[in-house]
Write a protein that binds this ligand. Structure first.
Ligand code: BG6
Length: 466
């Protein structure tokens, strides 16, 4: 029996544009996530209806209670609260989230809110290309303050940006559409910096406005193994972790970029514009925890420089073109999901140990799960034993990390219910609850409990694994 510490919290997660639907209802404006998803409407489901949480939320929260969840990690759509991005507050949007929060609290479920999960209000893109402008950080602060003021009496746990470190590398998510690589990287670095400012502003506002408020970032964690034990492969693996995730946590914690990142920005001539007062702001914002999203591990090997890549070559997965040292390899020791994510519970134990060693802050897992097609049987069941195995092994790894001395305060897998996957619509499913729709036939979006739902319900009841 693997019993978890008394205060350990079991939850499940989602994000606004991936579940809500009602994309233009209740005064909401279009977001960057909507804009991108509409571009692919002919290929897969889009965010117009998604899982239709907007109209099913009472039923969904009743299911959360039946599951036994103690925490629900979800995001607020900025575009419902302030449709223009930086102007008037939309009371209908506030009322919607007030209802969701109250419904959760009635069922003794802690609302754990992400302020921004890939869905920047599109009007801010039209106005000044979103995060490229410093104003965007102040618009975000304003939005965060509205949320803290309206919901902070009941909501004590907040996440700022979901996976800034990953989002920044995905052009679509950032609305970067620039052919010139140097220029694109310059804009990216500037956007990243403004997001750090926004993070600091929101963190300080939370502490100022909410009594007992706790706030932190959610990072897309990376664990990269060297493909061989050659020292340069070890270095390559380290560089991959640093450039993908570690620099971001370092900046959140110390309020400045680590040396290797400063060097990269300088050598590539993409240092962002800053103001003298930023330093004090960035250093003053103290995160209370680190939220970790974990799906897989990677493997990397060193590649020497060549004529075209004077500082080393790289694999397409890494965007630091001019600075790359490495290639991402297949790890022959691991099995991957149908969609290529290498399944590796031990990697989660390593990640938890690594971040705790570095920062000694409480950790919570806010995403972890298996994305795969599910089969709805004729008698209306989903026998997802593969997902049960995945979750069981990862929960086991968390247990081991806790035994190692790491302070892990909760587990909130991805996802509570099936939702719009970033690249595969409703073909790829993560949920504990099946949503009966497919990419082009929305049907009634009926909710069906999967076998993993009943399994996780027992885990919560037993407060651990058998
Ligand atoms: C995380 C995101 O990076 O990965 C989620 O925070 C996303 O929004 C999840 O759904 C899984 O990725 P995908 O592409 O399978 O949906």
């Amino acid at each position: 029996m693997k019993k978890f510490p008394k205060n350990f919290i079991w939850g499940a997660s989602s994000s606004a544009f991936q579940i809500e639907g009602g994309w233009d209802e209740g005064g909401k404006s279009m977001t960057v996530a909507d804009f991108n998803s509409f571009k692919h409407s002919h290929e897969q489901a889009d965010s117009k209806v998604a899982s239709d949480f907007y109209h099913h939320y009472k039923e969904d929260i009743a299911l959360m209670a039946e599951l036994g969840m103690k925490l629900y990690r979800f995001s607020i759509a900025w575009s419902r609260i302030i449709p223009s991005g930086d102007g008037e507050v939309n009371e209908e949007g506030v009322a919607f989230y007030n209802d969701v929060i109250d419904e959760l609290l009635k069922k003794d479920i802690i609302p754990f809110i992400t302020l921004y999960h890939f869905d920047l209000p599109y009007p801010l893109v039209e106005k000044y290309n979103g995060w490229e402008a410093r104003e965007c950080a102040y618009a975000f602060e304003k939005y965060a303050r509205v949320c803290f003021e309206r919901f902070g009496d009941r909501v004590k746990f907040w996440q700022v940006h979901n996976e800034q470190n990953l989002m920044i590398r995905v052009d679509e998510r950032m609305n970067i559409d620039i052919e010139d690589k140097h220029k694109a990287d310059q804009v990216r670095a500037q956007m990243d910096y403004h997001m750090f400012l926004a993070h600091a502003l929101a963190t300080n506002a939370c502490h100022e406005m909410i009594q007992d408020g706790k706030i932190g970032p959610a990072v897309s964690s990376t664990m990269t193994y060297p493909t061989t034990n050659k020292p340069k492969d070890v270095w390559a693996a380290k560089m991959n972790d640093r450039f993908k995730t570690d620099y971001c946590l370092y900046m959140h914690y110390y309020g400045e970029y680590p040396g290797y990142y400063k060097k990269y920005l300088k050598e590539c001539d993409i240092e962002p514009h800053t103001k003298p007062e930023d330093e004090a702001l960035l250093k003053s914002a103290k995160m209370d925890f680190i939220a970790i999203n974990y799906y897989r591990t990677l493997s990397a090997s060193y590649l020497p420089a060549d004529d075209q890549h004077p500082k080393g070559t790289r694999y397409k997965d890494i965007d630091f073109d001019q600075y790359g040292y490495f290639r991402i390899d297949k790890n022959e020791n691991l099995v991957a999901t149908e969609y290529g994510a290498q399944i590796d519970p031990m990697g989660l134990r390593l990640v938890l140990n690594h971040y705790y060693d570095d920062y000694h802050l409480p950790l919570i897992i806010t995403e972890n799960g298996m994305g795969t097609p599910d089969i709805l049987t004729e008698d209306g069941k989903i026998h997802d034993e593969y997902r049960i195995a995945y979750l069981k092994d990862h929960i086991g790894a968390i247990y081991d990390a806790i035994e190692d001395g790491v302070e892990v305060i909760g587990y909130s897998p991805w996802s509570f219910m099936d939702l719009l996957s970033s690249h595969q619509g409703f073909k790829k499913r993560y949920g504990l609850v099946y949503v009966d729709r497919d990419d082009f036939n929305i049907k009634e979006c009926k909710r069906i409990k999967k076998d993993s739902f009943y399994w996780y319900q027992k885990v919560i009841q037993n407060h651990g694994l058998d």
